[in-house]
Design a protein around this ligand. Structure first.
Ligand SMILES: Cc1cc2nc3c(=O)[nH]c(=O)nc-3n(C[C@H](O)[C@H](O)[C@H](O)COP(=O)(O)OP(=O)(O)OC[C@H]3O[C@@H](n4cnc5c(N)ncnc54)[C@H](O)[C@@H]3O)c2cc1C
Length: 423
């Protein structure tokens, strides 16, 4: 049996801002190939579509690229589940489901990311009632340490530790996700929201199925994007209590580079998979030449956390392309940044200025420390394992689970040692 196609240069992440140190990358098409690569021993990690910004995915050994795993998605209509290969992108799954009359509850800002990579890192979209994407998972098949094959479902006490798992428990091969009948969404954009309107942040976040606020911290919220499910309200969507004005015509992504890559706006209804992501699946998303950071704070601390950042905004705005504020509902996944906490996420898309970003992050984290801000696992932050362990009460259970499923530490890497304390 072949073990997949191997190349020696592991290449870089999607943004080109991190070069993997792994000795090689093997692209696999079958679960058997994954099991046999892991059973050979030595360090391995899964790699999805490479959209993470830090060294989380890296290894001193072999990266196993799961994006070509050969498995057709299977819908279970009775249970309202779909089982998918972990390397499939949300965009591909979205089209597959929509063609068959089904939908996911939510999507992240770009549909290009792999489902396995997104769930492993607690990736999220927006919506006061929407949990992060991993919360849709109800079953997961893994190749764990020494090549053992394991299935976890919601009846297993380990399940809540096994979904947002940072690749530390093994290579996810199949994921089963909750689905629902398809629905249409409209996307409405409002501009020039006065900064004082942030006093109504809760109402604004609650005013649509999904709300995103974009700002450059210059005294105004440049854009408010509301995504509303058709049929849920008879009135036209507006950001409650805000005097932001409706945008006329198409508004580009606030961090745009001049080309139109965003999903249809202007209140025109369309299928969920073509409105919930900010970026179109057939386009190159976002700016590209960038670094990202993001922090989750409790919804009740949202305003205070934003106010704490205001005095240092003049330090970070010269290096900022755009900030986005979103809401994420609480879940029960041990390492989810929204674990047991309805959250506001404070996101920064930075210019590709690594030294400046590295210098700024401790200042931002100092300002957010009173709010026990949890960083996005896949983006840049400067916290170490002592700070991280104080933020995740189930981290000791996760470490026990990693010891059980990966007894030889094959999936460990420098990030997991430095940030999570998995040595
Ligand atoms: C332009 C842009 C926009 C983004 N927008 C959002 C957003 O809206 N919301 C948000 O929360 N994040 C966002 N992100 C971050 C992104 O969602 C995460 O980086 C996510 O991990 C990307 O998935 P990936 O497949 O590219 O993961 P990769 O970077 O390939 O891998 C990330 C981690 O997942 C692990 N992994 C991947 N596949 C598997 C598998 N099969 N089994 C086990 N572990 C696996 C890897 O080992 C690694 O540790 C954005 C990133 C970019 C570049």
């Amino acid at each position: 049996m072949t073990t997949g196609s191997r190349v020696d240069d592991a290449g870089a992440n999607w943004a080109g801002t991190y070069r993997y140190a792994a000795r090689s990358v093997v692209t696999v098409t079958t679960v058997e190939q994954i099991a046999s690569l892991v059973a050979e021993g030595g360090r391995v990690r899964a790699i999805g579509t490479r959209h993470s910004f830090n060294d989380l995915a890296d290894t001193t050994g072999t990266l196993i690229d799961v994006s070509a795993l050969d498995f057709d998605p299977r819908i279970d209509e009775e249970r309202q589940h779909v089982t998918v290969p972990a390397g499939m992108s949300y965009g591909t799954l979205g089209r597959f489901l929509q063609e068959r009359g089904w939908a996911l509850a939510n999507m992240g800002s770009l549909p290009h990311i792999s489902i396995g990579g997104a769930c492993a890192t607690g990736t999220h979209g927006s919506g006061a009632g929407n949990q992060n994407l991993a919360a849709a998972v109800c079953g997961i098949d893994l190749v764990a340490g020494r090549g053992q094959r394991i299935s976890l479902d919601e009846t297993d006490v380990r399940f809540h530790g096994g979904v947002v798992a940072l690749g530390a428990l093994g290579i996810a091969t199949l994921l089963t996700l909750r689905i629902e009948p398809t629905y249409d969404v409209r996307q409405d954009v409002f501009i020039n929201m006065p900064w004082e309107d942030l006093n109504k942040l809760d109402a604004i976040m609650n005013s649509a199925y999904s709300a995103s606020l974009f700002t450059r911290w210059n005294g105004v919220v440049d854009q408010v994007w509301l995504k509303s499910r058709i049929g849920e309200s008879s009135s036209s969507p507006t950001p409650s209590g805000s005097s932001a004005t409706p945008a006329e015509g198409k508004v580009m992504s606030p961090a745009d580079d001049g080309h139109d890559n965003t999903t249809v706006q202007g209140g025109i209804p369309g299928p969920w998979n073509e409105r919930l992501p900010h970026f179109r699946f057939d386009e190159i998303p976002s700016n590209g030449d960038e670094i990202q950071s993001e922090y989750f704070v409790a919804r009740e601390d949202a305003l205070a956390a934003l106010r704490a950042l205001e005095p240092i905004a003049h330090d970070f705005t010269p290096h900022l392309l755009i900030s986005e504020l979103r809401s994420v509902a609480a879940d029960h996944l041990w390492l989810s940044p929204a674990y047991e906490r309805d959250s506001l996420t404070i996101h920064f898309t930075w210019k590709n200025q690594p030294d400046a970003v590295r210098r700024l992050l401790p200042t931002i984290e100092d300002a957010l420390r009173p709010f026990s801000a949890r960083p996005h696992w896949a983006k840049w932050f400067s916290m170490d394992k002592s700070e991280i362990s104080a933020l995740y009460s189930r981290l000791p259970d996760f470490i026990t689970l990693a010891d059980e499923l990966d007894p030889d530490g094959q999936f460990r890497n420098d990030y997991l040692s430095r940030i999570v304390g998995l040595n």
